[in-house]
Write a protein that binds this ligand. Sequence first.
Ligand SMILES: Nc1ncnc2c1ncn2[C@@H]1O[C@H](COP(=O)(O)OP(=O)(O)OP(=O)(O)O)[C@@H](O)[C@H]1O
Length: 253
Amino acid sequence: MSFAIETRDLTLRFGSFTAVNAVSLQVRKGARHAIIGPNGAGKTSLVHALTGSIPSTSGRVFISGRDMTGSSQRARVRSGLTRTFQINQLFPKLTVLDNVCMAILEREQRSKVFWTSMAAERSVLEEGRELLELAQLGPQADKVVASLPYGMRRLVEIAIALATRPDIIVLDEPAAGVPTTQSEAIFERIAALPRDLTLLFVEHNMNLVFRFAERITVLAEGAIMTEGTPAEISKDERVREVYLGRGGHHAAA
Ligand SMILES: Nc1ncnc2c1ncn2[C@@H]1O[C@H](COP(=O)(O)OP(=O)(O)OP(=O)(O)O)[C@@H](O)[C@H]1O
């Protein structure tokens, strides 16, 4: 069986420090798969090694069965793996629709100058509106990004990620910084994305993880400690210990 993402002994070192230690991860196609672990466990480093934003030290990365080890981030996006972009990559003074259209033009490698001066390309606008529907941002299409609540902006990042036509989206703390009153709504929208889209997300909020993930991988000190369904992970004493042992604020539910 080919997985959406498969790693074999993936390792990322920073000097003599091993942030990701021989991780062999398998993410099924269409999964809602969470990576959890205490602070400093290596979750973000694993995301970097998967997406190619930092080259891995050793091991292999397969995307939809293709060996992409050593490929650039851009090549991995072309092979179907994308990640949510940070807020600062949004254009705050432009509308939500324009931001998404920019991302479509970027994919097509067309000039943004052309877009801003001509402000019209029916197919791009149509696709932009479709992507906003997928992210349930239709009503916000013509709002300026800077005027949106923070949680909504995070959804714009997801719509922008969709503009790359991904098979897999990696989300590093998609609800970070979002008030808890909004984070559940964001996760509901993320979970409602098309079922054939594979979603791998890093998340600290255990309530969200247990509610939305179908599969959970627990990282500790750079390595996979265990993996299972939410029911299995919530019963696992070792998982409780790694959280409680660090006195972290992310106590397992
Ligand atoms: N560029 C870097 N250079 C050196 N060490 C780094 C670098 N990036 C991360 N680290 C170290 O790697 C370890 C894992 O960090 P990482 O950010 O991947 O953990 P995390 O599980 O995402 O943590 P958090 O939950 O706090 O975001 C930490 O000890 C961190 O200090």
